[in-house]
Design a protein around this ligand. Structure first.
Ligand SMILES: Cc1cc2nc3c(=O)[nH]c(=O)nc-3n(C[C@H](O)[C@H](O)[C@H](O)COP(=O)(O)OP(=O)(O)OC[C@H]3O[C@@H](n4cnc5c(N)ncnc54)[C@H](O)[C@@H]3O)c2cc1C
Length: 520
């Protein structure tokens, strides 16, 4: 839709809003007679905050465009001219529309989850649906009459919650994640009997390894215990990934990566947890949680890290009911106008605080240190300082979480003065320390003291390596102490803990897989 003037555009938008119409994308020229494009976008997004924003600029408008990235959350600025449009215009618009579409929930025809807001089972289902980018509507039984009506007409009762209703009219009572995956068709039937490479864990490292493995003609299988994306999938905005000046959300990156891996021919098996690896006759046997086995000639372990548990009274009781490990973006809207706490001083905690501040009345960041400077990137510290509803609580720890059915209050202690205070709290998001996902590995892969997987030359410092390594060559850079088993990303000892480095290592791992396969 195009208009003759800015005024006409703004009037039309209001009429459309009243009629319940939806806008996916605004494309505005920066140089217009009535007002600059940035000003128009500022007005337009008040009416349609979810719409994507594109500014058309001349070379000399670059500064205005960069400023607009912050001022109006600009998604893209397009330099004029854009000839040929097939190369320089349409792909960009298509990408933005795809992104928008991923998050757009049409008037509900899809999956409906009925449950209690503060039920750990409901949270697990929301987390699974959200992370797998399956659009769903959550009907909180205590606030939403539609939910009650839906289960009542089916002769169900509150004891059977959570219930998932599907688009075809069928439903599942208290379903497990695999029940839902089977129903939604996200579980895959494997097509190869023996894979060239199996990649365990679909975070950025695993997704990159799958893209390279499949594109280079290897029979590639990616196995994921929960949903693709890993830690990065829970990031509300990754600002330091090369090529995305306005940042991109973890779910966008994941959506693009999994689509790319599948298009190139990688198979994807999820939700399935790998429970062990065994070796017979030179083949690697990957044992899954349902007892079945997958056979492969090589393996790349990209299982990343998880948050450490906070061992404090009340935390376990309310986990999933007001207390969440990691970003739990699915629960953020329930924080509207509430007091919300975040524990941790790293970038992930900072990003979560920024995201939650869009909803919460106040967000408190609890840290043991004096300030965030040693642990958080400067750009995030700056954003936090410019957000008056985010407050930092230095020298502080949580000593108790209390409530009836869900979290209601937190008792905090000042570690210097030992003074305690109990404050109302509706949600607590925990971002402390990283524990590698390696407990499941029973075979003798050498791990560091912190349980991260050792690779390459670093293995030489272990006595057990010299005894166990039987090949004439040294291990490849990302190879573990077991030939043909590689590790990449955050699970690897000495990793950089960044999206870009995980992607880099995942891609590199495939070149070592080729070398290994050439010698067996
Ligand atoms: C909230 C948040 C924000 C972040 N923001 C940024 C940022 O802005 N910029 C940046 O550079 N970095 C950021 N990071 C760090 C970055 O996300 C990580 O460094 C990166 O995701 C590591 O990728 P990975 O593939 O090695 O592991 P992960 O992302 O941890 O993925 C590992 C995957 O393996 C799966 N898995 C584990 N065990 C098994 C098993 N036994 N079987 C099957 N699957 C298994 C997990 O479910 C997971 O999906 C952020 C992290 C968080 C948590």
């Amino acid at each position: 839709m195009s208009t003759e003037s800015v005024q006409e555009a703004l009037e039309t938008l209001v009429e459309m809003k009243n009629a319940g119409d939806v806008v996916a994308i605004f494309i505005s020229d920066q140089r217009m007679p009535e007002m600059p494009g940035v000003d128009f976008l500022q007005k337009a997004i008040k009416i349609y905050p979810e719409a994507k924003r594109v500014l058309l600029t001349a070379y000399s408008d670059t500064d205005a465009a960069i400023k607009a990235i912050n001022d109006v959350g600009l998604d893209y600025y397009l330099m004029k001219p854009w000839d040929p449009p097939e190369e320089k215009l349409y792909p960009i618009i298509n990408d933005l529309l795809d992104d928008w579409h991923t998050h757009y929930t049409p008037v509900f025809k899809g999956v409906k989850l009925i449950g209690y807001q503060f039920s750990p089972q409901s949270h697990t289902i929301k987390d699974f649906l959200g992370s797998n980018l399956i659009p769903y509507q959550f009907l909180d039984i205590e606030r939403n009459d539609e939910g009650k009506h839906l289960y009542a007409v089916n002769g169900l009762c509150a004891d059977q919650l959570p219930i998932v209703f599907y688009e075809d009219g069928s439903y599942q009572v208290k379903p497990s994640i695999s029940d839902i995956a089977d129903k939604m068709g996200t579980s895959t039937q494997l097509t190869n009997e023996i894979y060239d490479v199996v990649i365990i864990g679909a975070g950025p490292a695993g997704l990159a390894a799958s893209v390279y493995g499949a594109s280079e003609g290897l029979k590639t299988l990616l196995i994921e215990r929960r949903a693709p994306g890993g830690q990065a999938g829970s990031s509300s905005r990754i600002e330091n990934y090369l090529g995305f000046p306005a940042g991109l959300s973890g779910s966008d990156l994941t959506h693009r990566a999994i689509t790319q891996a599948r298009r190139l021919g990688a198979e994807f098996l999820s939700p399935h947890t790998v429970q062990d690896i065994k070796e017979h006759d030179g083949y690697k046997h990957i044992i899954l949680d349902n007892g079945s086995e997958v056979i492969s000639r090589s393996i790349v372990i990209t299982t990343g890290v998880d948050y450490r548990k906070l061992e404090v009274k009340g935390i376990d009781q309310f986990t999933g009911a007001g207390i969440y490990y990691g970003a739990a973006i699915t629960e953020a809207s329930a924080c509207k106008d509430k007091e919300v706490y975040v524990i941790g001083g790293g970038n992930s905690a900072g990003q979560a605080a920024m995201y939650l501040s869009k909803f919460a009345k106040n967000v408190y960041i609890i840290i043991r240190k004096e300030s965030l400077t040693a642990t958080m990137s400067a750009y995030l510290i700056e954003q936090i300082a410019g957000t008056p509803t985010i407050k930092i609580l230095p020298f502080t720890e949580v000593i108790e979480a209390t409530g009836e059915h869900s979290l209601e209050a937190l008792t905090l202690i000042n570690v210097n003065t030992k003074e305690t205070v109990t404050n109302p709290a509706s949600a607590l998001y925990i971002f402390i320390g990283a524990k590698p996902y390696t407990d499941w590995i029973q075979m003798g892969i050498i791990k560091s003291k912190g349980n991260f997987i050792e690779t390459g030359r670093d293995l030489n410092s272990y006595d057990s390596f010299a005894k166990g390594w039987k090949l004439k060559r040294d291990p490849f850079l990302l190879e573990t102490s077991c030939p043909g088993i590689f590790a990449a990303g955050d699970v690897r000892a000495g990793a950089m803990n960044r999206v870009a480095s995980a992607v880099g290592e995942g891609s590199m791992a495939i070149s070592f897989v080729h070398k290994y396969l050439a010698e067996v």
